[in-house]
Design a protein. Sequence first.
Lengths: 100, 208
Amino acid sequence: MKKIINGLHKAFESRVRLGIMSILAVNETLNFNALKEYLDVTDGNLASHLKALEKEKYIEMEKSFVGRKPNTQYHMTPAGKVAFVEHLNTLETLINSQKQ
Amino acid sequence: MKTEQEYIKDLSEIRSMMERSTKFVSLSGLSGIMAGIYALAGAYIAYRQFYQNTDTPLFNTLYPQDMAGIVVSLVMLAIAVLVLAVGTAVYLSHRKAARDKQVLWNPTSRRLLFNMSIPLLTGGLFILVLISNGILGLIAPLSLIFYGLALLNASKFTYDEIKYLGMTEIILGLLSSCFIGYGLFFWAVGFGLMHIGYGIYMHQKYER
């Protein structure tokens, strides 16, 4: 059981962070506004969750400008992908073990 | 630690996020039905105007010397049908997106449009070249084939079922190329009946 719990990442406890990781798992890169639309959260809320994931080195951002507007693109790091897959597998085993 | 229920909710949230951020699901079945109706109406007008006076119904081959009059008005008719169909699709998708609290112009719809427009523009330009060279017999088969390829390409970014509509259009296009002269008939089936059938199926499946 202990090993199973180890696979769950604390960083993904929040539903918004889980959402960010799910979206970035299937989109190569995505900007801040698109993420905001999909997750239906406020700017501040999203920014703080993105920062937390960045600190864990699960995602990275790239700042650029479209005209004069800043455009921040986010993508998942290889470490993030590993952690996310591990998290998903653990969720699956947890649910399966509780079913039996 | 969370309960089992919460983990299950987490998983369904992950699945819906992955789906919502890669697939454009605001396409309405009704727009397929409407597009089919416009196409049938267009085919009927074309039939009344250009086909009825020939000895064999449904069969007509246009010759380059007819170009000036008939081809231009047929192309105008086709463009009118296309504009109506696309306009209705945009309007209905906008309505559906608003109802689901989504935005119509997002990365998914852009990706869908981009992937659909490459085969469509290629086919359109190719057909224009054929028209300008007076090769008119292949317009109907080629428009069905390129449209089918466009749908097949787009199906990765929206409902999976659109793939089958695409393959049907390709098959119809190939068949039509064996029966040159019956282009209008195949057009009415491909753009009219197929859209209506597909639209009804999608409406039943996703909008009930």
